[in-house]
Design a protein around this ligand. Structure first.
Ligand code: FUC
Length: 782
């Protein structure tokens, strides 16, 4: 769109909306125009605070780029730099106390149960250990006069961050990326005239570390991670920065590198730690950073950049989405967010969805740690909730997006973490519960701690590991890889064995339930959150047992165990409908008396999403009850809690309601200027969960069906999507016009039957491996 047209349209909007007057004036005061790539975040000023800076990452190494004019700051993370060292936090007094805790819970003496849990069952230490920053690389530039045409951007399609401006008649450009191929962050500084690149580079860090110049071109930061919870830092780390300039002079002394009057310059940032595994910190960070730098200085910038962009696009370009665009799509990102509540800006949904995919690719790749509460981006030594893995919703939500958004590779770190948890969790199962198998409570950290933490009302929940197992099974359902299933089956089996050994009969109906447990973080009306048999537990264990049985059938193993699981499964407490027609959150009908009617967690709706135990067609009464519960909880909550509501309403197939809740998530109170989700504070789960919700509005695959446009809002009358993945090993693309499905393309990865649904219409097709099937809007093959 030409600039004149944009101005005319904005003028028109000014007549309609007084709010736009202010925004339009701000947005057109600067000179810089929108970047060509529409999947870009962009701004006309540098970041002042961290939640304005732009994230890059290769899964392991991350940086937040501020884009300052006199000072550039790159805040750096490496995903194994956490506090402390290997530890095992199980309380030795827990096992002895648990029978009495169970008795107290069944007797309704919840406060007494809480006291006993606090005294004997909780982990030592009571908290887990936080994820930490390496520090920041600061580049200081000489005064160059007022900057004009300033633009700061992040291109999601290439995963390149860029800063450009004019000053003193010279155009300066900085380009930054984190290469998954070469394992370094590359910064390139160029200018439109020769001899104009001058800066000094130094590191700033809150860690116990020392920086020193090496030769005349490098800066090396050596340190040891922080202590926390009285556990001594046991990880050595090193960051190594290498300058490579064309022309001018490069020198290094003290704690600085200087580049003077160069034509252009490159900075390579390598970082590594001695962490190898949760029980092994014997790695050599120095040899890692040295060899990474030695390898990249042999390559040209173009070579490095081409390899990086290709690796990114191999994942990123698999999915394209278009739900329409208004003229607002060309405004700077911060202005779009500010104006979003009152504006018509559907393209922001596309940007948010693709940003979710970008963040997944940048924070979770094969071989790295899984994405934590902040992905891999954290500027602090003690971030909110330790920046850990909270597994009573947050870590699971982080991975909802990966399979449907065609990023299966990004799930590998999660699968590896769950496998490791099955080792540490086996110790916890044995020494805490005297049980077989393994257990993880509501959080874990780099050290794969699995005992209950923080306090009874948060930590006394044994179902975190079981929920994570749903992702292991999902990976199989999407990919159909039997070898993979064989590898992860023992992990699923171990999670199930724990519950075979620890489920107990509740006195009233003789159902099998967990005890002690809780409905995550929600206090019931009797002075505690601790209880027996919360609905969520039965739902998760029902899925775990079902999936274990199916896996064992496919692998043709464990016939006896299958039968045992089936019999225990039939005795689990059922989903129940309570006195106001709600889905009961607890075994007893306590919901209306609970203190926090609008609690952020909607744990009992696990059955609706991510599970498919409750569906509109399969269990209409329960779906209706889920709706009552969702209405009571309300649409407004913390970032991730809004995202969960979005996915639930998409499952209830109410497109307009769902889109309204998505709009809550896109408002400035839940989306920072850099589009990070605001709990608040920043938590990346909302980004991933929100992006998943957008996919769920357009396509769902569960209950043996692939449902097209199940929750299409009126505001998206036409559009298209390609590359979404469905359970069963299918990739789908389709478009719609006048709010009606127009054409569908389905690619079958493994062959086999596909059941499609559009509204009340269904169609079953048999496919061959690799076959592409085209259908019209009536689901008839062409
Ligand atoms: C759970 C949530 C909080 C927060 C924390 C990281 O405890 O209840 O809202 O998201 O995890």
């Amino acid at each position: 769109m030409t600039n004149r047209k944009t101005v005319a349209l904005v003028g028109l909007l000014m007549l309609i909306q007084p709010l736009f007057t202010v925004l339009a004036a701000v947005s057109f005061a600067g000179d810089a125009q929108a970047p060509e790539e529409r999947l870009s975040l962009w701004y006309r000023q540098p970041a002042k605070v961290w939640t304005e800076a732009l994230p890059i990452g290769n899964g392991r190494l991350g940086a937040m780029i501020f884009g300052g004019i006199s000072e550039e700051r790159l805040q750096i993370n490496e995903d194994t730099l956490w506090a402390g060292g290997p530890y095992d936090p199980v309380s030795p007094a827990a096992k002895e106390a648990l029978p009495e805790v169970r008795r107290l819970v069944f007797a309704g003496q919840y406060s007494e149960a809480n006291r006993l849990i606090s005294a004997q069952v909780m982990a030592r230490p009571l908290r887990q250990l936080p994820y930490q920053t390496i520090g920041s690389l600061l580049l200081q530039f000489p005064e160059a006069g007022a900057a004009q045409n300033y633009r700061r951007e992040l291109n999601l399609d290439t995963a390149l961050a860029r800063v450009s401006y004019d000053a003193g008649g010279v155009t300066f450009v900085r380009e930054v990326f984190a290469s998954p191929i070469d394992q370094v962050i590359c910064v390139r500084l160029t200018a439109s005239r020769e001899g104009q690149i001058t800066f000094t580079a130094r590191m700033q860090t809150p860690q116990k570390a020392t920086a020193a110049a090496e030769q005349n071109h490098s800066l090396v930061l050596d340190g040891v991670n922080g202590d926390a919870e009285r556990i001594k830092g046991a990880i050595k780390f090193q960051a190594r920065i290498r300058a490579l300039a064309t022309g001018g002079e490069t020198s290094a002394s003290g704690e600085e590198i200087s580049v003077r009057n160069a034509d252009s310059a490159l900075l390579f940032i390598a970082a590594a730690t001695s962490f190898k595994r949760f029980d092994d910190v014997s790695g050599d960070p120095e040899s890692a950073t040295k060899s990474q730098i030695a390898a990249v200085i042999e390559k040209s910038y173009d070579q490095l950049k081409t390899a990086h962009v290709a690796a990114h696009q191999n994942l990123f370009r698999r999915v394209a989405l278009d739900v329409g665009a208004s003229e607002r799509a060309s405004l700077p990102t911060d202005e779009r967010i500010k104006a979003f509540p009152a504006a018509n800006d559907p393209q922001f949904a596309e940007l948010y969805f693709q940003y979710g995919r970008y963040l997944m690719i940048s924070s979770s790749r094969p071989g790295t740690q899984p994405a934590g509460l902040q992905g891999i981006w954290n500027e602090s030594m003690s971030p909110p909730w330790g920046g850990k893995y909270t597994i009573n919703i947050n870590t699971e939500m982080n991975y909802w997006l990966a399979e449907p958004a065609n990023l299966a590779e990004c799930v590998e770190p999660l699968v590896r973490m769950v496998t490791e948890l099955s080792e540490t969790g086996a110790r916890t199962a044995k020494s805490m519960y005297g049980a077989r198998g393994w257990v993880a409570h509501h959080n874990t950290d780099l050290w794969r701690a699995t005992a209950p933490i923080d306090g009874p009302n948060w930590g006394m929940w044994p179902t975190g590991g079981a929920w994570l197992c749903l992702h292991l099974w999902d990976r199989y359902e999407y990919g159909g890889d039997k070898e993979y299933l064989r590898r992860i089956y023992p992990v699923m089996k171990g999670a199930a064995e724990f519950f075979v050994d620890t489920l107990v009969e509740e006195p009233k109906h003789k159902w099998l339930v967990t005890n002690p447990s809780l409905s995550p973080e929600n206090p019931h009306p009797f002075g505690s959150a601790v209880c027996a048999g919360p609905t969520m537990d039965s739902q998760i264990i029902r899925d775990l047992f079902s999936n274990c049985i199916r896996a064992a059938e496919i692998l043709d193993v464990d016939a006896e165990f299958r039968a045992e699981l089936a019999s225990k499964r039939s005795r689990l407490a059922p989903n129940q409908i309570g006195k106001v027609g709600q889905l009961q959150e607890w075994l007893e009908d306590w919901d209306v008396e609970a203190r926090e009617q609008r609690h952020r967690h909607i744990s009992h709706l696990y059955g609706l999403y991510p599970s498919d135990q409750i569906t509109l067609r399969g269990t209409p009464e329960l779906a209706e009850a889920a709706k009552v519960s969702l209405n009571t909880r309300g649409d407004l909550s913390t970032g991730w809690a809004i995202a969960w509501r979005i996915n639930c309403w998409a499952r209830l197939q109410d497109g307009d309601r769902t889109w309204n809740i998505v709009r809550n998530l896109f408002s400035p109170s839940r989306t920072y200027p850099n589009m990070f989700d605001a709990h608040p504070p920043f938590q990346i789960d909302g980004n991933f969960g929100g992006a998943t919700g957008i996919a769920e509005m357009l396509m769902q695959s569960h209950s043996g069906e692939i449902s097209l446009l199940p929750a299409l809002p009126k505001d998206w009358p036409s559009g298209s999507v390609k590359g979404l993945r469905a359970r069963g090993g299918f990739e789908l693309g389709f478009d719609w016009k006048d709010s009606k499905l127009a054409t569908v393309t389905l690619r079958s990865e493994n062959g086999g039957p596909a059941a499609l649904r559009y509204g009340d219409r269904t169609s079953k097709i048999d496919t061959q491996r690799g076959q592409i099937v085209r259908l019209n809007g009536e689901l008839k093959t062409e």
